[in-house]
Design a protein around this ligand. Structure first.
Ligand SMILES: Cc1cc2nc3c(=O)[nH]c(=O)nc-3n(C[C@H](O)[C@H](O)[C@H](O)COP(=O)(O)OP(=O)(O)OC[C@H]3O[C@@H](n4cnc5c(N)ncnc54)[C@H](O)[C@@H]3O)c2cc1C
Length: 315
């Protein structure tokens, strides 16, 4: 990419920034640039002045990402302090896209509002919206009211649930748009009961998942179920870990990558894994599961960027 020279920015624009330090799996090559806007106005200015041909990739805290070893030919936008406020207004919670899910859950619980499901998800609100993150039977979409985003053209827009079109672990967002905040209307409950539930859920996680290892959570979406007519439906009650176990892939390794012995749908970096080790092992699991059960697992972890040795795009 040509050198970017964008005047009047108050945020930080860093060229050739290693992304391995910014992802939970600790893998990934550099981004052409990393931009950390100071606030909404700064982000709008940046988007307006950035040449349209330059790709933008919004990143949360990298807890659902494999960035490939060749890195990203794009400007990665990572929101920080100017975007992490959490406000309670009556029965509604509004959080900046950089706010951590865990902080939002705790603050909502203090106010007697139930967003407890967010407590054990290690991402940010931006990532929760994009992935329709969920656990223990609740999804981000469930208590969603609206979100704000800055478009690639540098305008602030309000998005409804219809705009985002939430689905299982997916939503729609126009390319290059960056989510900046979201409002939720959660059910009410006693703060003590909510904090107790949070403690229970944390304990349950530690018992069943490799929470101390470097992972990106569930590697594959749970496969859709099949109705009595044999047609695929959207219930996802068939568990990915079960079909991975049945294919004999619990504990399988390639290089520094391993399917966790504790939870077979968690792909972990045991220390020196490359993005290629992780992705190759994931693809091997998909092949083995297809051979043993006829099920085609779909990646839940997003894989982005170029493999080492991919032809470098000019620009
Ligand atoms: C130990 C562990 C447990 C997990 N458990 C769960 C779980 O129970 N349920 C669950 O759903 N997930 C789980 N995850 C996965 C992950 O935490 C969620 O998908 C989370 O929502 C990702 O948020 P993030 O901020 O890390 O996003 P990232 O991983 O940084 O990005 C994910 C996607 O969101 C987009 N994105 C992020 N921020 C923005 C923004 N501001 N604007 C536009 N797009 C944006 C990115 O472009 C990318 O497409 C787990 C992960 C780990 C490591």
């Amino acid at each position: 990419m040509n050198t970017l020279n964008i005047p009047d920015l108050r945020g930080r624009l860093t060229p050739d920034r290693a992304l391995s330090e910014l992802t939970w799996l600790r893998v990934g090559g550099p981004a052409d640039y990393l931009f950390q806007p100071a606030d909404i106005e700064d982000l709008c200015t940046f988007m307006r002045r950035l040449p349209q041909k330059v790709a933008v990739f919004p990143m949360g805290v990298g807890s659902n990402l494999i960035v490939r070893d060749g890195g990203l030919r794009a400007v990665v936008i990572r929101l920080g302090r100017g975007f992490n406020g959490i406000e309670i207004d009556g029965d509604q919670v509004t959080a900046g896209a950089a706010a951590l899910d865990a902080h939002v859950a705790r603050k909502a619980a203090d106010a007697g509002l139930d967003l407890t499901f967010l407590r054990t998800i290690p991402g940010s609100i931006g990532g929760a919206l994009r992935m329709n993150a969920g656990c223990y039977g609740t999804y981000t979409a469930d208590h969603f009211v609206s979100a704000q985003a800055v478009t690639r053209a540098g305008e602030v827009v309000t998005l409804t649930a219809d705009d985002l079109n939430f689905r299982y672990r997916q939503s729609d967002l126009s390319p290059g748009s960056v989510l900046i905040s979201a409002t939720f209307a959660p059910p009410k409950a006693e703060p003590e009961a909510l904090h107790a539930r949070i403690e229970e859920q944390l304990a349950k996680r530690d018992e069943t998942q490799p929470t101390k290892d470097r992972s990106a959570g569930s590697t594959f979406r749970n496969p859709a179920g099949f109705s009595s007519t044999g047609k695929a439906d959207d219930v996802h009650d068939l568990k990915a870990w079960k079909v991975i176990d049945d294919a004999g892939m619990r504990g399988a390794t390639i290089g520094g990558a391993q399917m966790s012995p504790k939870h077979s749908n968690f792909l972990i970096n045991t220390g020196a894994a490359t993005a290629d080790d992780l992705e190759t092992l994931g693809e091997e699991v998909r092949k083995k599961v297809y051979a043993s059960s006829g099920i085609r697992l779909e990646w839940e972890i997003m894989r982005v960027g170029e493999k080492l040795g991919d032809p470098v795009s000019q620009g």
